[in-house]
Design a protein around this ligand. Structure first.
Ligand code: AMP
Length: 354
């Protein structure tokens, strides 16, 4: 167990790192952000920052020497970099979690091996393989890059066979999977945290609404269909965390279909669909993640309200800040990003109660 005053290194400098850094400070630890970008939102609230590329071996070496443990807010960090870090300092979550979560195919195979159901899918390594995959999976379908996809990026829909050329070009002709279109009623996520002692806590499950592939709202309680499927999904997510030996928060996204939950993807980290836990739970996803990383016991995830809604502020939504700041029912979180762009997550608002 690391004592307060120790330094936690975080790979990634976005809003997830920012909210992690705030939780780090609250518990009396220090935070050191490692990120390539200037003006990283997390750096504004962290004690130290290293600005360097994730592949910069010398910078990683110095970072490892300056921190007591490393975690991450961005799972697409180069695996070599993580391996290098892990030879100098504990890294949570570890390489196994990253290897599975970074590759959509590995992720699907892993979850299927554990008995979970996914969309129908096929491997696509070439333009010819895409035709075979379409024949196997059927249309409509979604072509997704195996690596480096998030918020609907690296994806192209194929409605009719004539879309295949454009879809293959749109994802940059890279290794991919083709997923059959899931006819879901709702989307929901399981957010859990696994401690160093192997204990797991999970939060009540929100229903998530996406617009243009980006999360728009997370709401509790979810509709009856999701409530009926939550226990099965939570059990699967717990098994995933155990089999990965995962430490920290892990998020699993699901589609609620008429015939049961279908697994979509995991994120080996705190997640946008868990931001409501800051005000809506006895312990936030950020605090429990920090607790797991430093080896503290995890705290309970009891709901603070029967009804909770988190709304993302995306792009120009943030221009509404004067009204939101004046609304006594709104817990406003802004990420300190200087420029809003279409699709950019600028902040979020959580409301408890009716
Ligand atoms: P992902 O990056 O896989 O989470 O995809 C982003 C969003 O696209 C999801 O949250 C869904 O709204 C939608 N989506 C992804 N895969 C599928 C699928 N196989 N069938 C239907 N919708 C999907």
């Amino acid at each position: 167990m690391l004592a307060p005053g120790s330094t936690i290194g975080i790979l990634g400098g976005g809003q997830l790192g920012r909210m992690l850094a705030l939780a780090v400070a609250e518990l009396g630890y220090r935070c050191h952000i490692f990120a390539p970008e200037a003006d990283a939102p997390a750096s504004e609230v962290a004690a130290f920052t290293t600005r360097a590329e994730y592949g910069d071996a010398a910078a990683l070496k110095a970072f490892a020497a300056a921190v007591d443990v490393v975690t991450l807010e961005w799972e697409n960090v180069d695996r070599e970099a993580v391996r290098q870090l892990a030879s100098d300092v504990p890294v949570h979550p570890g390489a196994h979690s990253l290897e599975v979560a970074q590759d959509r195919m590995a992720e699907k195979q892993f979850v299927e091996w554990l008995g979970g159901r996914t969309a129908t899918w096929a491997q696509v390594d070439s333009r010819e393989a895409l035709d075979a995959a379409i024949a196997q999976v059927g249309l409509p379908a979604i072509l997704k890059t195996r690596r480096f996809g998030y918020d609907g990026k690296g994806q192209a829909r194929i409605m009719v066979a004539g879309d295949a050329d454009a879809a293959w070009a749109a994802i940059g002709c890279q290794p991919a999977i083709l997923e059959g279109f899931v006819n879901f009623a709702h989307e929901f996520s399981v957010i859990l945290c696994r401690g160093q002692d192997g204990s797991i806590v999970d939060w009540p499950v929100p229903v998530n609404l996406h617009k243009g592939g980006i999360l728009a709202t997370s709401t509790l309680p979810p509709p009856a269909l999701v409530r009926a499927q939550a226990a099965e999904a939570v059990q699967l997510a717990r098994t995933v965390a155990e089999k990965l030996g995962h430490i920290g928060v892990l998020t699993a996204e699901f589609f609620a279909c008429k015939d049961g939950p279908r697994f979509n993807e995991i994120a080996p980290r705190v997640h946008n669909s868990g931001h409501w836990t800051i005000e809506g739970s006895a312990t936030s996803q950020f605090e429990n993640h920090v607790r797991a990383v430093v080896g503290l016991p995890l705290r309970p995830t009891t709901l603070m309200s029967a009804r909770i809604e988190m709304t993302n502020l995306i792009g120009d939504d943030v221009a509404d800040w004067p009204r939101l700041m004046a609304d006594p029912t709104a817990h406003v979180h802004l990420y300190g990003k200087a420029q809003s762009r279409a699709g950019r997550k600028m902040g979020h608002v959580t409301r408890l109660g009716k």
